[in-house]
Ligand binder design. Structure first.
Ligand code: GSH
Length: 327
């Protein structure tokens, strides 16, 4: 595992596991940029660096400077709070009743990560679970929330590790049916608890830059090509893309222009700044090679800076993702 100077967090803005990890890292006083590098991940195009760190390919993943990899959200939370836990989220302070609170925190987390998540997935994403009855799972999830409703007050008024670990999932549950959640009986404490979380600065902070970027992190191992949306659409319907650069075809130029991650902004400024509907194509050089298409590093006229030139038509299978650029 390559050494880094700061921890690297692979994250996905909307993922509840990643949200809970970001909440704990922020509660520990860590800041992206200053204390860690945040890499927003497109789960449909996971960067090779993430998969090398953790082959299971889920987020969050924290890669520490010495090379240690923490690839479970709860372990990331505990790592953060071991460093700094100013709000005593883990209920470690030596006062009466803390052992019982710590046990309750663990019990609530087990209830969330096990049965609650199970029912949440089958209620919210019923289409992914053929044959399940979403209503049955919604009722089962509500039963669990009613149990939490009775137990949460035992943790005291201050937030705890359980709040950070559970609330992103309760938020998801509510999002699947806000009216149903808000009008559910026997949930007054849970409803108020979620309401405070949804209005909190803590949640707002981790859902916005620098904790969550709209655009995915760009791996230096991938290649990038700026395309005009109608031309990319035409390429997709033909099954192969043959534009070299703005206004020029592969046949005219002899190759397709591309950029490395660090060259992209300048390429956009130089050639596409006034263009509408620009898309950023993320290209896997390995898949190009597998299709027999060579990439040659060649100097740009004038500057001599080396750019990757794709020496043949771009196979659709080599394009991992496309998105509006700038994001
Ligand atoms: N047990 C893991 C679960 C993490 C997880 O499942 N994350 C989801 C996103 S919310 C993921 O990365 N899924 C991989 C995928 O969708 O390809 C943890 O606690 O970190």
């Amino acid at each position: 595992m390559p050494r880094t100077d700061r921890p690297i967090l692979y994250s996905f803005r909307r993922c509840p596991y990643a949200i809970r990890a970001r909440l704990a890292l922020a509660a520990a006083g860590l800041q992206p940029g200053r204390d860690l590098e945040l890499r927003e991940v497109n789960l449909k195009a996971k960067p090779p660096e993430l998969l090398e760190a953790s082959a299971k390919g889920t987020v969050p993943v924290l890669v520490l400077p010495a090379g240690r990899v923490i690839d479970q959200s709860l372990a990331v939370m505990r790592w953060a709070l071991e460093h700094h836990d100013p709000g005593d989220l883990r209920r470690r302070a030596d006062t009466a009743g803390q052992a019982a609170r710590r046990a309750l925190i663990e019990a609530l987390i087990a209830s969330n990560d096990g049965p609650f998540k199970h029912h949440l997935d089958r209620f919210k994403y019923a289409g992914r679970h053929p044959g399940v009855d979403p209503e049955e799972h919604r009722s089962a999830a509500l039963m669990i929330l009613r149990d939490w409703n009775a137990r949460l007050p035992e943790l005291g008024d201050r937030p705890s590790l359980a709040d950070l670990a559970l609330l992103p999932f309760v938020r998801q549950f509510r999002l699947a049916d806000p009216e149903g959640f808000d009008s559910a009986e026997g949930l007054t404490t849970v409803q108020a608890w979620l309401g405070r979380f949804l209005a909190s600065h803590e949640l707002a902070a981790v859902m916005a830059p620098p904790w969550a970027q709209r655009a995915a992190w760009r791996s230096p191992r991938w290649l990038y090509h700026l395309a005009l949306a109608p031309e990319w659409r035409a390429g997709r319907s033909e099954g192969v893309y043959r534009r070299s650069s703005r206004g020029l075809s592969l046949e005219e130029v002899g190759f397709i222009h591309a950029s490395h991650s660090h060259q992209l902004e300048a390429t956009h400024r130089r050639f596409y700044a006034d263009a509408a509907d620009v898309l950023l194509l993320t290209i896997d050089a390995g898949r190009l090679a597998a299709s027999g298409i060579a990439v040659v590093e060649e100097p740009a006229p004038g500057s001599g800076e080396l750019f990757p030139h794709i020496r043949g038509p771009l196979p659709l299978a080599a394009v991992l993702a496309w998105e509006p650029f700038p994001a």
